[in-house]
Every structure is written in C-alpha cells, then in structure tokens.
Design a binder for this molecule. Structure first.
Ligand code: SF4
Length: 346
C-alpha cells in the first residue's frame, strides 16, 4: 500500500517526502511546497497540486496516496445541516455531518466503520463493527468537508468533534495520529477539537496525558448503573464510579470542563429523580450538560421526551447548580443521527 500523506504526522511527512525528493534530485523547498498543497486542503489528488511539475506529480502518485474520498450520498437538511456518506476504497461507508450555526461551522467525523459497542439508541451500534479507520481516512473527512464548506458557505470548518460513526477511544492509535495531523498539519486549534466517548476509561486516561487541551464529551444518558447498562453495554465494563474517577482526573490535569451528552428518551431516562441523581453524580466536577431529545431510529420503539419533560429535567439540573443547555436535534429530516444515513442508504 502506498504511504498515505494525510495519515503522517508533520515530522514523519517531512522525513519521508524529503527522502523521496532527494532521490529525485529535487531542491529541499519542494517538501514545503508539497506540504502546503496537502495541509491547506487544496489538493485531493496529485493532479491538483499544480504548483508542482507534471513529471513530479506523476512520480508522487506512484509512491504516495492523498486518500481520495468520494461521497456516495449527500443529504441537506432544511435547518442547514449537511450529511455526507463517504464510500471507502474497500466498499465500507462512513458518515460525517456539517452543522452550520451563526458563530461556528462544526464537523462531526467518524473514527470507525461501524461500532462494536452496541448502544441501544444508536443506528451505528445496530449494524455492528466493520473495521477501524486509518488516520488518513479520518483526516480525509475533514479535508473533504472543509472543501465542501468553502464552496457552499464560503467559510472553513471551525470546530471538529469525533462524534460520527464509531467510538474514537476504541481506535486510539489512529485517532492520536489524526489529532496531530489536524492540529499540527492543518493548524486546527486544540480547543476547537473535541473527542466524544461513551466512557472508555483507559482511553480517557491516555488522552489526559497529551499536552493539548482537546475537549472531552461523554455520552452519559443515565446516572443510574442498571439503566445505563441497559442503554449502553459499556457501563458493565466501565461502571460510573470508574468513569467519574477518570473524568475528575482529566478535568484536573487538562483544566478543561467536561461536556456530558444526555439523550432524553420519553419515559425511559427523563424522570425528575434521574435529574437529581445526575446532579449528585457531577457535583464538584467542572462540567456542562447538553440535553438532546432523542432522534428516533427505525428499529427501537422510543420517542423523544416531550418539551414539558425536557424543560422539567433541565430545570431540576439547573436548580441543583448544574450548567445545562437543551439542544435541538439537527438534521432530523435527513436522518442526521450517527449511522442513520448509512442505514437508510441501505
Ligand atoms: S453511540 Fe457511539 S459508541 Fe454507542 S454504538 Fe453508537 S457509535 Fe458506538
């Protein structure tokens, strides 16, 4: 397999490309020229690296890949959300979602094709794990989405969240590399990158050892062990006390507030008593809770909590001093929740 330039940390990139250029007798500044083409997202194939000569581009294409990514489907929501279903070279499909708001343009990207963790409310969880994504496949979603955003809205992606298909902390080696490429290569600030996890404790501890201030979001969905284990099998492996020990350590070491995602499912996890338990659970932790009414999926007979139950849940949390926001699910008309587009595309 050819070296994928998007999957090389900037120092590896320089080393390998420099060796290649030296073999060809090219001047040293060609390395910087190619790096500019790759990390400003202008070239998605070597033919587009037009600052380089035609023979050099042809030779580069023999030795390296820029991991082309083509959409199998693009869905646009009335609320502006755009979802891409990307076809990978081996036939697997992954999704990314662009969410424009007035101040931000957020990209949710995938870290795995499918997912092994089987959360009950998640379409991706229902079709199981296919394979890990390589670093370049993660970064290529960013490159393609950024090009799309520039063409569509004339502005770049401002924030990235690892919240598409898959659990990023279950593909940590590739995710580490992709973080370096996005941060050091594409110049995306660490505070603009968030990893969203269901709570893989070893991964959280490993992430805490990185020097950057990446954001951490945790899908919680219940403060009660039994209920959470029913909704999210990962709770059996890493129960809430172990998870919160790791989160307190992360918040202490990294100095960043933790975000909790809590999907509200009517009559399942939206009881006011659970809001009180949740407030107890997060007490003393610098955190923020996002409440999101469920985006229904076809094979589970659950409905989003109605507005009055959402308001009551949020009110209880706030009364107990927990910073809370109610989010509107985005792109409901295009099946924008993780895994749904792949599901509906078949
Ligand atoms: S919510 Fe995330 S971790 Fe759970 S099954 Fe879906 S993709 Fe996997």
């Amino acid at each position: 397999m050819k070296d994928e330039l998007l999957g090389l940390r900037p120092d590896d990139f320089s080393r390998r490309v420099r060796a290649f250029m030296e073999r060809r007798g090219e001047p040293a500044w060609r390395v910087d020229q190619l790096r500019d083409c790759v990390f400003n997202g202008k070239a998605r194939c070597f033919e587009e690296a037009t600052t380089l000569s035609t023979p050099l581009r042809a030779d580069l294409a023999q030795h390296f890949s820029l991991t082309p990514l083509e959409p199998d489907h693009v869905a646009r929501s009335a609320d502006g959300t755009v979802k891409h279903l990307w076809g990978l070279a081996d036939g697997e499909q992954i999704e990314s979602v662009l969410i424009p708001t007035s101040g931000r343009l957020t990209l949710c990207l995938s870290s795995q094709a499918g997912c092994a963790l089987g959360c009950l409310f998640c379409a991706t969880g229902h079709f199981g794990f296919r394979r890990q994504l390589r670093p370049a496949e993660i970064v290529a979603q960013y490159r393609e989405a950024s090009r799309f955003a520039q063409a569509e809205w004339g502005r770049p992606v401002s924030h990235v969240v690892y919240m598409g298909m898959g659990e990023p902390l279950a593909n940590l080696s590739a995710v580490h590399t992709s973080l370096d490429v996005l941060h050091q290569g594409f110049g995306l600030g660490s505070r603009r990158i968030t990893l969203s996890t269901v709570g893989l404790v070893p991964g959280i501890r490993e992430l805490a050892r990185r020097p950057e201030q990446f954001g951490l979001a945790v899908s919680l969905h219940s403060p009660d062990h039994e209920l959470r284990a029913r909704l999210m099998p990962v709770e059996k492996r890493y129960p809430l006390p172990a998870l919160f020990e790791a989160l307190r350590e992360y918040a202490r070491v990294r100095g960043r507030r933790i975000t909790f995602e809590y999907t509200l499912i009517d009559g399942v996890n939206d009881h006011p008593e659970l809001a009180r338990q949740l407030a107890d659970l997060v007490r003393g932790l610098s955190c923020f809770v996002n409440l999101i009414p469920l985006n229904p999926i076809p094979f589970v007979d659950w409905q989003p909590s109605p507005p009055h139950r959402v308001a009551a849940f949020a009110g209880t949390l706030r009364k107990h001093g927990v910073e809370t926001a109610v989010r509107t699910p985005r792109g409901r008309d295009i099946a924008a929740a993780c895994g749904q587009l792949r599901l509906s595309a078949g």
